[in-house]
Ligand binder design. Sequence first.
Ligand code: GP9
Ligand code: MN
Length: 412
Amino acid sequence: DSSDFVEVEHYIKSNYKEPNDELFGIAEGKNVILISMESIQTFVINNDMNGQEITPFLNSLIDESIYFENFYHQTAQGKTSDSEYLVANSMFGRDSGSVFFTHAGNEYDATPSNLGEEGYFTSVMHPNNKSFWNRDMMYQSLGYDRYFDINSYDVNDENSVGWGLKDVDFFEQSIDLLKSQPEPYYTKFITLTNHYPFDLDEEDKFIDEYDSRSRTLNSFFPTVRYMDHALEVFFDRLKEEGIYEDSIFILYGDHYGISENHNRSMAMFLEKEEITPFDTIQLQRVPMYIHIPGYDQNHVSEMIGGQIDIKPTLLHLLGVDTKDMYHFGSDLNSPERDSFVVLRDGSFISDDYIYTRGICYDKQTEEEIDAESCEPYFERVNLDLNYSDKILFGDLLRYKNPEEEWKTESEK
Ligand code: GP9
Ligand code: MN
């Protein structure tokens, strides 16, 4: 009830982190292009497979971006939908199932509605059926103005592979849709080609398959390489159209692509004897870029964070105050911020430790150490997850504007 809300609110307010003075408002009024990159993991960045560069475009983009090398996905069974939920709300998804299905009717205080209030037009572009992941329902609750689903695209046998429209064609066909929108806009693109089982036409294979016992890992590399190519073509097209300069880009990986079922082949690729639980956690890192054309203070950030932090980070760049919002993440650029992230299963990562499956690891040596070292963090981990769940399961954001609730209909 509303007393639960007061308790959660107190916790959230006490964890607020001031924005970074130099970056607050730096992208004010710009169009926002958010790109959710399917199944990509950080281990492919600046790496090669049998001497072939896996992500040449994303590697070069690091030099022109704030790139977060210790950024983790925080998803569970809800996969892409969990990542969308985390990014939109700065709250955790469910530990099982998908919030998109179970709580599409909740009251939210999501980025699309926040930016709608700032005069933004908000949309999602993704060539799949609108009801997949219950997106059509959930997107309304999150405050999106428009979902350009499969019906907005020309999808046929020639331009499809695997799950549907190829990424190059998806981005190309999205250009006119983008241009049709009122500015400024906040638009999320969700890519599709780099999705399990990583099918790809021969003509789109720019690098070889890997050679291991895992067919999944083998075919992952060419589809990642293809997505990287699609992103490069998209950026070139945006430059040609004059859209690029007035935009800010956030690119992030949605969740892992290679599960632990492929650990033996993954160990072979990473030239390790085995994949330990420590390695498994480090493999949950996904790429995260903030790219602002014309902004030259770019750098690689070691700040540990996750998808839950994207909302306050982005809103601060756009000059939107978040002090009165309900976030479990915090601005990745804030000088006050702790370098720390909680994963949905209760694992956590700090500068010094990784805790997972009941074991505390020393970050430096990767050795198991006494649980005592990790204990001081347990309370925070539990509170973050429990309070986030409390809001979700109690639909507590209903209580966020008490004055409004108390007004009679005629006073509203
Ligand atoms: C489907 C796409 C993939 O529309 O977003 O979803 P996933 O299986 O990765 O959750
Ligand atoms: Mn996905």
